[in-house]
Each structure stands twice: as C-alpha cells, then as structure tokens.
Design a protein around this ligand. Structure first.
Ligand code: C2E
Ligand code: CA
Ligand code: CA
Length: 579
C-alpha cells in the first residue's frame, strides 16, 4: 500500500479543502494533510515536516498565491505547487505559472486535479533523482571513494580559498603532507583488503587530534594532507608531533595489529608560498626530507629544493659513472662462528665522484632505482664481484661473494640468464655467488620476484634475506621462499647489549630460523661482547666492524695476513699470486 500523500493546503475554506481531499481520494490517493491560511502558519508547517505537494487557493483574506510561491522559492524546498481557484483569468494563470506554480486549476474543473497531481509528483520525483545523481557526481569529483575524504582537487580548492581569506585577514595557515611508512608492505604481504582498511582508518585517526575546522584529504595512494587554519610554525609543529605520537599506536585490522608510522612535511602560508600548488609541492618536498632523514616531520626549507635539484645533477652524473669507471667495490668479510674462519665477503659498491669524493651507496642506489639505472649498475657490480672472486679462486683463496639486489632487479626476467652467463664466464660454481635481497625487494611485486627467485634457486645460487626483522614478513612467510639464509638486521644486533627486547628477538630468530632449516648471519657486530653472545646462541656467521670494515681487495689481503679469522697459511701463500 503506497504511503499517504502529504498535502499542505493553503486555503481559507475548510469546505473547499474537504472537496479537494475527496477528489484526491476518488483518484486513489490516501491523503494526510494540514490546512493553513496565513504566511506564518505556512512557514511553520514547512519547518515542521516534509510535504509532497502544496495546493493553494489564489485569493485569501490574509494570503495569496503569489506570496505562497515567494515563500516556497525562498525556502529552497522543491515542492510541486498547484493553484486551485474559483475565478482567475488566463492572464493570472500565466503570470503565476511563471512565478513557479506548477499548474493552475479552476474549481469548476476539478477533474483535472488528479492527473495534474500525478504528473507533478512524477516530475518532482524525477527532479529529485536528477539532483541525487548530480550530488553523487559532485561527490565523486571531490571526494575519494575509498576513504570518503576530500580528494586532491577539493583540497586545492579549499586551500586556495583559505589562502584568500588568510591574506584578507592577515592570518597564517599551515599545510601538512604525510605519507605512511611501510604501507606497501602491508598491501603486498597481507593483501589490498588490509591496505584499504588501514587507509580507511587514517582519516578518523587524524580527526581525533585535529580541530573541526581542519581539512583532512587523501592525495592518492598512501599520501594524505591536512590543512590547518590560523596557525603558525609552532602550532604546525605541535600538530605534527601530536599526529606522530598518535600514529605510534598500531592500527588494528581484523584482529591484526599493524604498525604504521608516518612522515610529515610542513609548509606555511605566506612564508613558503602564496598559492595552493606551491604550498603543496613544498610540503611534499619537506615530507620527502623527513622520510629520508627519518625525523618524523620536517618544515620546508629552500635547502630541500637544492637538495632535490642536486639529486638531479647527481643522477645525471651517475649515468656516466659506469662508463667513466668511477664505481668500485669494497668487500666486507663474513666469518663462520663455529670454525671462526672467513667464509666469504659481501661486495659493497662505492662511487668515486670526480668532485664530491666518495659517495656512499645509500645516496646513489635509491637514485639509480628512480632513474632506471639500477639494471646496468647491478650488472656492473655482478661482473666486478665475480671477476674478483675468480681471481681469489685462481689464487687458491676459496671465498664466496655476496651481491646486493634491488627491487627492480627482481622484476627483471633477464637476470637469471645474465647471472648464469657471468658464472660461466668466470668459471665459478653457482654456490660461490650469494645474492642478498631485502624483504621489501620481494614485497614490491611478490609474484614476479618469486618466479625469478625460483629460477635462481634452481641454478643453485645461494639466496639470503638481508636486513631481516625490519620488514613485515614472518619467518613462516620466508619459508615459502627458496632462500638459504637470513641476515639479522644490524639495528637489532647493535642494540642487543643494551636492549633486552632486541636480544630476545635475535635469540628467538636464530632458534626459529634453525628450525626452518635456514642459516643465520648476524650483521653489524661492533663489539666482542656481542660476538661472544652470538657464538653462544648458535648463530652461524657474522659480519661487522668488530671483524672488519668493508675494505679494498688489497686491504683484504692485509687483513687476512694477521687476522685471527683467517686461514693464515693459505692466505699468505696466495698473496704473491693475487693482483
Ligand atoms: P647492507 O646490504 O645492509 O650492507 C651493510 C651495510 O652496513 C654496509 O653499509 C656496511 O658498510 C655497513 N656495516 C657493516 N658492518 C657494520 C657495523 O658493524 N656497524 C655499522 N654501523 N655498519 C656496518 P654501506 O656499504 O654503506 O651500504 C649500505 C647499503 O647500500 C647496503 O646495506 C645495501 O643495501 C646497499 N648497497 C651497497 N652496495 C650495493 C650494491 O652493489 N647493490 C645494491 N642494490 N645495493 C647496495
Ligand atoms: Ca647486504
Ligand atoms: Ca643488511
């Protein structure tokens, strides 16, 4: 049964109203109505509830149809309004229709009422439908579908408006751009479902520490922005610190507790820019800086620009570094903790820049990844390391050599073939080459990485997971990968002496890895105390400044000559034969 028609009658005669109701009921409508005959009563009725239809008389002692139409227009409510009158002529009809009446019916011709009402209701419904669609389209254009937060376009709009208002009232404002740490890993390991749920929690979490008037927007991916009105440098820093503290609490998704940190960049109006795009770009630069320096937040400074443009220059130089022979390798010994002898080395690349001196890999490896140079760079490292390894083997020094891979390398289907060809060229069995891969390298694209890892593993190249413990994967997950070894990250090893928790992590990692048939290497050993403890806990191998810093091949021979970890006889014997 259809719900009753809610009709507001504006009519001074109760009798006429009953007449109209009867007519409507004859037409099949069930009517729910109220009758008013003054302007104030009409306003009250409109406020009190919603209506489907207004039917109004033309002339009343205290009211008239043109005023009724004016009130309706002013209220902004889209209500069909039909005028029913005894005597008005055609001209009046036309005039009122122009003023917004939907139909004009003479009391002598009430048979027109029901069809008119039916038509008007239908049209009103269509109008509403269209409005809903328009609102939805509007929403799509300005809001992010996943989080329902304002999107970049709306943020830019609001920022521009806020700038105009701030300029007028001589106030300041701040823009925060933030990027989640480790989001990609969550997405890749746990799946997009979890990633999405985390993203959906970001807005509400930010809201908890912000004022009602602050805008929180999603810029895309795992990037968010916060617009803070009437706030200066101190206030912006305070807000950033509050957000950072608030993000220390793990996100709980389906009973899983996920640690999601964030890095924040801050730009201020008018200090750092006076249009929306400049402020956004500069907050973004500051955010990048905060991420690089792991400082949590950073306020924009012109130095960030130089930094970025110097990145560009460096990137240009890097393109030539390989051809100009500016790259070289250092080797850090890896010792077996049971036999206390050297078993291999890790090749670590350096760049002898013509004007900047030695540039550490942390500064140019990310650049070469961004600039598409990582494939030729890795190929160069592989060649140089295997060539050196070949020379050692020729001299009777049987060392394995480890090479670090980047994310892009594990998406390169040519890699296994290139490795095979180089091993063949330098006459080395595959076991002498160790490839070190960080968890995040695998997580960048697990399916493709897995294919390439399987190929390498089939070739019997030795595979290690580097920096273990800094990512999200569990040992159980790693077990599914064809790896032989994990390297516990140096941050845990270094803190072992002072932090009970870190010691616990290292110790249980060793046990668990052994249960899964994996070898364990500890990196970053700087003291005898830690060395001894790792020996006692059954760790298999170790690397670190306590044993040796990364050194040139010539210095490695010197180290071998008087190191307690070297097989002195063969090392010194071989020395003369190595170039
Ligand atoms: P990584 O693979 O974790 O390498 C170990 C880093 O720790 C090296 O830094 C090494 O010098 C340093 N280290 C070794 N022992 C100790 C210690 O006892 N204490 C401390 N504090 N540090 C120690 P380095 O050479 O600056 O390399 C940094 C990172 O750059 C490497 O981390 C690796 O991820 C990357 N990298 C280096 N060479 C290559 C390369 O040829 N290809 C790729 N893709 N990445 C490379
Ligand atoms: Ca490594
Ligand atoms: Ca490492």
């Amino acid at each position: 049964m259809p719900s009753p028609l809610r009709v507001l009658f504006i009519e001074d005669s109760e009798e006429d109203k009953l007449l109209l109701i009867r007519e409507l009921e004859r037409g099949g409508y069930q009517v729910n109505s109220e009758r008013v005959d003054t302007e104030s009563a009409m306003r009250a009725a409109l406020r009190k509830q919603s209506w489907d239809l207004v039917i109004t008389d033309y002339n009343m002692p205290d009211f008239s149809a043109p005023v009724v139409l004016a009130v309706l227009r002013e209220s902004g409510i889209d209500l069909p309004c039909i005028i029913v009158t005894g005597s008005q002529g055609e001209e009046t009809a036309v005039a009122t229709m122009k003023a917004g009446a939907h139909d004009f019916i003479l009391k002598g011709n009430l048979s027109r009422l029901v069809p008119a009402v039916a038509r008007e209701l239908k049209e009103a419904e269509l109008r509403q439908e269209q409005k809903r669609t328009e609102r939805a389209i509007q929403h799509l254009a300005y809001y992010d579908t996943l989080t329902d937060l304002p999107n970049r376009t709306l943020l830019q709009d609001r920022l521009q408006q806020a700038i105009l208002a701030a300029r007028r009232d001589k106030r300041t404002l701040a823009l925060l751009v933030m990027d989640l740490d480790r989001f990609k890993e969550i997405n890749n390991i746990l799946g997009h479902h979890y990633g999405d749920l985390v993203l959906q929690q970001v807005g509400p979490r930010l809201r908890e520490v912000l004022r009602e008037s602050d805008t929180v927007a999603r810029l895309g991916g795992d990037e968010f922005a916060v617009l803070l009105l009437s706030i200066g440098l101190d206030g912006a820093i305070l807000a950033a610190e509050k957000i950072l503290r608030h993000f220390l609490t793990p996100f709980v998704v389906d009973c899983l507790s996920l640690e999601v940190g964030t890095s924040i960049g801050i730009s201020l109006f008018p200090e750092h820019g006076d249009d929306a795009n400049t402020l956004l770009r500069r907050a973004d630069m500051a955010m990048y800086e905060a991420k690089q320096q792991s400082t949590g937040y950073a306020v924009y400074s012109p130095q960030h620009e130089r930094h970025n443009s110097s990145h560009l220059i460096l990137m240009g130089d890097l393109r030539h570094a390989i051809d100009r022979n500016e790259l070289f390798l250092q080797y850090q010994p890896k010792v077996d903790l049971r036999s206390r002898s050297i078993i291999g080395v890790e090749a670590l690349v350096r760049w002898q820049h013509p004007s900047r001196g030695t540039v550490p890999p942390d500064q140019f490896i990310p650049l070469s990844e961004q600039g598409g140079l990582i494939k030729p760079l890795t190929l160069w490292v592989l060649k140089a390391a295997l060539s050196q390894c070949h020379a050692w083997h020729q001299a009777g020094l049987k060392l394995s050599v480890a090479v670090n891979l980047s994310a892009r390398n594990l998406q390169d289907p040519q890699l296994p073939d290139q490795v095979a060809r180089l091993l063949h060229a330098y006459d080395l069995g595959p076991g002498w080459l160790h490839l070190e891969i960080t968890e995040s390298v695998i997580m960048a694209d697990p399916t493709r990485a897995m294919e390439i890892l399987n190929q390498l593993s089939k070739m019997e190249v030795h595979l290690s997971i580097d920096d273990f413990g800094t990512g999200y994967s569990s040992l159980g997950y790693l077990k599914k990968l064809p790896v032989d070894e994990i390297k516990i990250d140096k941050s845990f090893v270094k803190e072992m002496a002072v932090e009970k928790d870190d010691a616990m992590i290292v110790r249980s990692t060793i046990d668990l890895a052994h249960n899964l048939g994996l070898k364990v290497v500890a990196e970053g050993i700087e003291t005898q105390e830690i060395y001894d403890r790792l020996v006692a806990w059954g760790c298999d191998a170790a690397q670190g400044y306590y044993i040796s810093r990364p050194v040139s091949p010539a210095d490695l021979l010197g180290w071998l000559a008087d190191s307690p970890w070297a097989n002195k006889k063969s090392a010194s014997e071989d020395e003369s034969r190595i170039t």
